[in-house]
Structure formats: structure tokens, C-alpha cells
Design a protein around this ligand. Structure first.
Ligand SMILES: Cc1ncc(COP(=O)(O)O)c(C=O)c1O
Length: 376
């Protein structure tokens, strides 16, 4: 059933503008493709998955893609390929969705929090350097809300200390930094195609390998430690593997999504840039700080405000959803052992909210949001 804002049983209800929305290709594109795969007799991992990996890799412009059942699965594989095992220390951020840090625990790693820049919510080379210990093995960096981190600086830090770099770009599909596609400087990058991301396959993810030498082990880890294509009776599993492969149904959705990915990202970016311009220089408000060379993909719009509750209330009165999306992960009891002072995160947490910024925010909605936030 479709909600028609003009027919609300006689009551005026401002149409609600959500923070997230599921983006689907047109039925005319998706349904015939889905019907073909559903009745092809091959709905598991097959040709469509290989085609999706190839299309995604070409679009991204770097690395070797390995399609997975989720972004979390891709993160777990990235950590394993980075050599993280029981007791290995990984520097991570608490300003993220839980899967980032759950995956470290899946691999048996120990989390050590790096603080974030209070003006954007992301770790930086400086905050990671300050958190390093002699035991650190890898850096897990998140481009939170679609704001890309300066990975070249982090790459230098990692190389100086012999560390692996994993980039969680679940929010940052289509973002760029210094003219390079997101993930170009990381050893392993992951994307999520879960329901409300820039593009969705229902559930799904992509692991992108900088070094194609990891490909065959990545594929084996993705599928019970076995080599697909070799008869099950002929193949020997030599390490524990997982059921992390993508299926042809999800990949078919992914292929259809790729046709509109640039338009989707462009719509997020146009809204984000309009908000940046509208909220700059306003008393009590600030857009998230952008590093020079950053081209965010604005999955959500990050706004810093002196009085976040008042802004959220004004937006709610205008029928716009807003607010804090994730609980800072260091407050979860499951991560209590990692707790340490994070003054940058304290400041970011006290001031930030997220606004809707995606392709469903058109010019009229954008103006409504700006008016609600600024009062003009
Ligand atoms: C920052 C971040 N990392 C990783 C994930 C995991 O992705 P998935 O839900 O596809 O497992 C998500 C989203 O759910 C996320 O927001």
C-alpha cells in the first residue's frame, strides 16, 4: 500500500521525511532480471555473482572485489586476511555501527579505541598514532556517515609501523579522497548492501582486496574453506571457513543497482553540499569538518549543533526525522574491557545529529530542512 499524503482521513499530517529509505531500481529493470534468475535453477553463488563482482570492480576503479553475504561477513574476512587472530590488537573507532567492532571480536581480536576528531566523528592519522601500542597489528578505519577519512596519511602511519589497514566504507559508497575512489589506500575495504545503504541487495557486502594475492584464500574462507568448482569429494579444507558467499539473487539485484549508482550518490552529494553551504557560518551550527580533498557521499548528513535537542524538535515539527543514529560503541557492556577516555568522541557525541540527505530529499524537502534548522 502506498501512503498518499493528501488523503489522511481528513486530518492534516505533515508527510514524514525519513532518515533512511530503501532504494530499488525500476520494476521494469529489476523484475525481469529477478524472474530470470529465480527460475534459472541456479539461485546460489554462480555467474551473476561473478558479473556483479566484475561490474563493481570496474565502477570502483581499484582492487579485487569478493562478494559476500553481508558487510559484516566482509569485515570478518578482511580481519582474518589481515592476520588478526585471538589476542591481536586492532585500533578502531567507537563512533560506528556495532558490526565494525563485533567483527574484530569474531576474529578474536582485542579492540583498542582511537579517539575521533570532534568536528567530524572520524579517526585521523593523529588520533590513531596517539592510540598505537607496540601490540597493535591493524587499523580499522570507518568513513562514518559517508565522510571519507584521509587514508594517505593513515597509510604512511601504517607503513611506518608495519600495520594492516582495513577501511569500513559501509557508509561511503561513491566517496572519493584526493581524486581516488574510497578504499584505494587500504589493504582491505568493505562495503555493505544492507537494506538502507546507498545501494542494496537485500543483504550483502563486498570485500575489496588491494593485493589480488589474497583472492584464492578469501574465496576459500568465504565458503567453508573449500574451493568452489572442485568436486566436494576431491577438495581438502585446510582451515576453518565460513558461509559468507553471496547468492545469485542478491547479485542480480546488485547488478541492477549498479545502473543507477552514480545518480544515487550524486543525489546524496548534491543535498550534502547544499546543506554544507546553508549551515556554514550560522551561529550555533557547523557542518562536519571536511579534510582538503574529501568528496563525501553523505549517506547521512552530519550536523554539529550547540543545542541538538532543539534542532531535532524543530525538524520533527516540520515532519523530518533526525537525531543520533548509533550508540557510541564504547558504551556497550560487551566492549567494556576496551573502555578508555575519548575526549574527542565526548565532544562529537554531545553536538552531532544526522539529517536525511539521500536521493529521496528533493529541492522542496531540502528547503524544508534548511528552514527548520536555521529558522529562515
Ligand atoms: C559502519 C558499518 N559497518 C559495517 C556494517 C555491516 O554491514 P551489514 O549490515 O551489511 O553486515 C554496517 C551496517 O550495517 C555499518 O553501518
Amino acid at each position: 500500500m502506498h501512503y498518499d499524503p493528501s488523503v489522511t482521513d481528513g486530518f492534516f499530517m505533515p508527510p514524514s521525511l525519513p532518515l533512511f529509505k530503501v532504494r530499488m531500481p525500476p520494476e521494469s529493470v529489476l523484475l525481469p532480471a529477478l524472474a530470470r534468475v529465480l527460475y534459472s535453477g541456479q539461485i546460489g553463488e554462480g555467474e551473476a555473482v561473478a558479473q556483479f563482482e566484475s561490474a563493481f570492480g570496474q565502477w570502483l576503479g581499484h582492487g579485487t572485489p569478493v562478494a559476500c553475504s553481508s558487510g559484516t561477513a566482509a569485515l570478518h574476512l578482511a580481519l582474518l586476511l589481515a592476520g588478526i587472530g585471538p589476542g591481536d590488537e586492532v585500533l578502531s573507532t567507537a563512533m560506528t555501527a556495532e558490526p565494525t567492532n563485533m567483527a574484530i571480536r569474531h576474529a578474536g581480536g582485542l579492540i583498542r579505541w582511537a579517539d575521533v576528531d570532534p568536528q567530524c566523528g572520524n579517526v585521523t592519522a593523529a588520533t590513531l598514532a596517539a592510540a598505537l601500542t607496540p601490540a597493535t597489528k591493524a587499523l580499522l578505519v570507518v568513513d562514518y556517515a559517508g565522510l571519507p577519512v584521509d587514508m594517505a596519511a593513515i597509510r604512511s602511519l601504517a607503513d611506518a609501523h608495519g600495520l594492516r589497514v582495513i577501511e569500513d566504507a559501509a557508509h561511503a559508497l561513491g566517496a572519493r579522497f584526493g581524486g581516488k575512489g574510497i578504499g584505494a589506500d587500504a589493504d582491505f575495504t568493505i562495503f555493505s548492501f544492507q537494506a538502507i545503504k546507498h545501494i542494496t541487495t537485500g543483504d550483502g557486502g563486498m570485500l575489496v582486496l588491494r593485493d589480488p594475492g589474497h583472492l584464492s584464500r578469501a574465496r576459500r574462507l568465504r565458503w567453508f574453506g573449500l574451493t568452489r568448482g572442485v568436486a566436494r569429494t576431491e577438495v581438502a579444507a585446510t582451515e576453518v571457513g565460513y558461509k559468507y558467499n553471496m547468492n545469485n539473487i542478491a547479485a542480480t539485484m546488485g547488478l541492477a543497482q549498479m545502473e543507477g549508482v552514480d545518480q544515487a550518490v550524486a543525489a546524496h552529494r548534491a543535498n550534502g553540499q547544499a546543506f554544507d553551504a546553508a549551515f556554514s557560518g550560522r551561529a550555533g551550527l557547523a557542518p562536519a569538518r571536511l579534510e582538503a580533498g574529501a568528496e563525501p557521499s553523505y549517506w547521512l548528513y552530519t550536523l554539529l549543533c550547540d543545542d541538538p535537542a532543539a534542532i531535532v524538535a524543530r525538524l520533527e515539527a516540520a515532519g523530518v526525522a533526525s537525531g543520533v543514529v548509533h550508540r557510541r560503541n564504547d558504551l556497550h557492556p560487551v566492549f567494556a574491557a576496551a573502555r578508555r577516555p575519548l575526549p574527542g568522541l565526548d565532544r562529537f557525541s554531545a553536538r552531532h545529529i544526522h539529517l536525511p540527505c539521500g536521493w529521496w530529499v528533493g529541492e522542496a524537502e531540502r528547503a524544508r530542512i534548511i528552514e527548520a534548522v536555521t529558522g529562515s
